[in-house]
Design a protein around this ligand. Structure first.
Ligand SMILES: [Ca+2]
Ligand SMILES: [Ca+2]
Length: 137
């Protein structure tokens, strides 16, 4: 996703990529370098209650929403055709049961590993953490 790079257990850098809202649009496409402005905008969009951190509920909701937007026919699964430039290696990693499609559960499960990696200290993601990891990658 441009952002569901999401589907790579790439830890914090991957989260930074997937939090860049626009990047959450192409599950397996090459990840675009997110600008700080894009990251700030994505973070603000994910931080629904505007308390300055993205907690696990906001994270899941944001990602589930991105999934639904990508799921053009609304059947609850993403297939390669849902992406403009699918990276089949990454798609295959996300498709844990190998049925050729990515369910919401498969997509969220993959993302949760990243969330808890980035939010390991306090259970929430802060903007400075996101920016620092993005800058380091
Ligand atoms: Ca929040
Ligand atoms: Ca699957």
């Amino acid at each position: 996703m441009t952002g569901l790079r999401i589907f790579r257990a790439g830890g914090k850098a991957a989260l930074a990529a997937c939090l860049a809202g626009a990047l959450w649009t192409a599950l397996a496409a090459p990840v675009l370098a997110a600008t700080e402005e894009q990251l700030r905008a994505a973070f603000a969009a994910a931080d629904v209650n505007a308390d300055g951190v993205v907690d696990v509920d906001e994270y899941v909701a944001y990602f589930a929403d991105a999934f639904r937007r990508r799921d053009a026919d609304g059947d609850g699964f993403l297939v390669p055709a849902d992406f403009p430039n699918p990276d089949m290696a990454r798609f295959g990693e996300a498709d844990r049961d190998g049925d050729g499609r990515i369910s919401l559960g498969e997509a969220v499960a993959e993302r949760m590993l990243v969330f808890f990696d980035l939010a390991s200290d306090d259970g929430v993601i802060r903007l400075d953490e996101l920016l620092a990891y993005e800058a380091a990658r």
